[in-house]
Design a binder for this molecule. Structure first.
Ligand code: ATP
Length: 589
């Protein structure tokens, strides 16, 4: 039994945290490789920081050698520098290579999982039907990539930054010495004063940057959304190029595209405004950083307590410490984008985990919704079925029907009365309303809409969809094409095209019927599936269906009177309020 309207354990939905997005990969079946790569990268990072630290002492010796015009030590120092530089280059290159490898593996793992979750159990359909979230394609294609790579680089950079901080803090503490100041006439020693100066300097900068740049988080979230909307708008335009050209709708399309772009522009101005503000802070901070340590250390240098080499070493160490402490400032842009990406993925994950969430609070399902039961019977039946819209408004009530194997049903009714919605409910895609449906548990069902979906690929793949092309022989496909009067395409079975652009609507409808003939479902539901065909071709296809699926039930939604001859039962659907309820009557021509 499946109750489509079953409410989720609400409350759990909001528990999607950044950590719950990060964790799964690191405990997955790929964890060994993942941790192996991560640890190798961290070791390399440590080596790089070690080399930098060694260069810091080299700096002191180098400047002291220069100041003392020590020609003998100079070549040795250059040789040592070359060795360090070579090691640094080699480790850096492979460090980056492995980071890219790990980032991609993580993205690949996430993409596979998200695709499974999105496509599984009709979630993608419910998300679109109820408009639960925007642009899921962007979340899978762009946000996951950015999430994996940015999380990785931020974490690794933070780790090596911490190591740099510890290392160079010790250098600063030990080399700069204590500063003697007079407070209220009493001499006071401040040990490791350069370190304190670096800490105060970095904290002040971080607080200021956060204050100035904070609005960028939500602006970036919006920006990603409007960028995706704009891209989607252009894709729709491209997909419907012919129709737009027929309508001569270029002006309207241009203004729609301009409107969408206008929203990007609006957001972009805001991004620029706040970026300008925080760039001021960042640049002032960067400029002062060059001179600040020398100014602070100069009293001890002028007092002769520091050599020139040590002053340079202190300036270098101060730079490293304040740079490490300014990690937050330096990565503010990236952090802002990362948070926006995480928020988008959290929302997407929440919606995927609970695609029924909106249904459970919809007025249309608060009294139970339509219950779809899978029963061990060969017939399909409805009980006290009322179809409604997601907002609870009643569409129509449907008289109880029993669709037996081999029976032929005609569903009729005015446009918008709810005929397609009834098919959606029978397919388990529409929970809004009341009553129940008993569907045969092992029956194979096929729903054929007016315009059938054709995947990208060969004509054969389109014909055998949703089965794989390899599930049917070429002979079976050719035969199905021929009987549906598509013999002209028999030789093109293995050609790959965007077939929905090549085949005429009528040909696409014939292809859909050929698909049905090959799959031989127990139940076939045709929703205006032959509307693009002439009466003779339409009758030919219906004759084929009834002859070749003698035991299959056929349910047709159509406005075409001549089709009545192929059906024995009729279900008339009435709009709510126009007639009391929907009713059945014998077919009439
Ligand atoms: N996802 C949805 N959200 C809100 N309303 C919807 C949704 N899908 C369909 N509707 C509305 O439900 C009503 C019935 O639609 P349905 O497609 O079932 O009509 P129909 O009888 O098949 O019409 P036609 O004969 O024109 O194809 C329409 O008014 C439609 O706008």
């Amino acid at each position: 039994m499946s109750n489509l309207s079953s409410a989720p354990a609400s409350g759990q939905a909001d528990r999607v945290t950044a950590w719950s997005l990060i964790r799964p990969y690191w405990v997955s079946e790929e964890r060994r490789t993942a941790w192996g790569l991560l640890i190798t990268i961290i070791v390399m990072d440590l080596l790089l920081v070690g080399i930098n630290a060694r260069l810091n002492t080299w700096n002191r010796d180098f400047y002291n050698a220069l100041e003392g015009r020590n020609v003998r030590e100079f070549p040795q120092l250059m040789l040592f520098f070359s060795a360090l530089a070579f090691a640094f280059v080699g480790i850096s290159v492979y460090n980056r290579y492995l980071r890219q490898m790990l980032g991609f593996r993580w993205r690949q793992w996430l993409t596979t999982r998200y695709m499974q979750e999105w496509l599984g159990d009709g979630t993608f359909y419910r998300i679109e039907r109820d408009r639960l979230t925007d642009n899921p394609d962007q979340r899978i294609a762009v946000d996951l990539e950015s999430f994996a790579n940015t999380t990785l680089s931020l974490t690794l950079d933070l780790l090596s930054t911490l190591e740099t901080l510890i290392w160079f803090s010790t250098v600063l503490w030990s080399t700069a010495g204590a500063l003697a100041v007079m407070i209220g006439g009493t001499p006071v020693q401040i040990p490791g004063y350069m370190l304190w100066a670096a800490i105060v300097y970095a904290i002040a900068g971080s607080l200021l940057t956060n204050k100035v740049g904070h609005p960028l988080v939500s602006i970036n979230y919006q920006l990603q959304r409007v960028e995706a909307d704009f891209r989607f708008g252009l894709i729709r335009l491209r997909e419907n190029a012919e129709q737009i050209a027929f309508y001569d709708g270029m002006r309207t399309e241009e203004s729609t595209a301009q409107d969408l772009f206008g929203r990007i522009r609006e957001n972009w101005w805001r991004v620029m405004k706040y970026t300008r503000r925080y760039s001021f802070v960042l640049n002032f901070y960067g400029q002062i950083a060059d001179i600040f340590p020398i100014v602070v250390a100069s009293p001890r240098y002028f007092a002769g307590l520091l050599s020139f080499g040590t002053l340079m070493q202190i300036a270098d160490a101060f730079g490293s410490v304040s740079e490490s402490l300014s990690w937050f400032i330096n990565n503010y842009d990236t952090l802002v984008q990362w948070r926006a990406t995480v928020n988008r993925l959290r929302e997407f994950k929440r919606v995927m985990q609970h695609p029924h969430l909106k249904e459970s609070v919809s007025p249309a399902t608060e009294h139970g919704g339509i219950n779809l039961h899978y029963v061990d019977e060969s017939q399909l039946s409805t009980h006290k079925l009322t179809l409604a819209l997601p907002n609870g408004e009643t569409l129509t009530s449907v008289r109880d029907i029993v669709v037996k194997p081999g029976s032929r049903w005609l569903v009729r009714g005015p446009s918008g009365s709810g005929k397609s919605t009834l098919l959606r409910a029978l397919a388990g895609l529409w929970p809004f309303g009341e009553g129940s449906i008993d569907a045969p548990v092992n029956a194979r069902m096929m729903f054929i809409p007016q315009q059938s979906y054709l995947p990208v690929g060969t004509l054969k793949a389109g014909l055998t969809y949703p089965a794989a092309a390899t599930d049917f022989s070429d002979e079976e496909c050719c035969e199905a094409l021929r009987v549906c009067r598509l013999e002209g395409y028999v030789d093109r079975l293995h050609e790959s095209h965007q077939w929905w652009r090549i085949l005429s609507p009528g040909e696409q409808q014939r292809l859909a019927v050929a698909r049905v003939l090959m799959h031989k479902p127990d139940y076939v539901f045709l929703d205006e599936a032959t509307s693009a065909l002439d009466t003779e071709n339409e009758a030919h296809l219906y004759r084929l269906l009834t002859e070749r699926l003698p035991k299959g039930a056929i349910v047709s939604v159509t406005h075409r009177k001549p089709l009545a001859q192929f059906h024995q039962e009729t279900l008339d659907i009435a709009r709510a309020g126009e007639h009391a309820v929907a009713y059945t009557r014998p077919p009439s021509t």
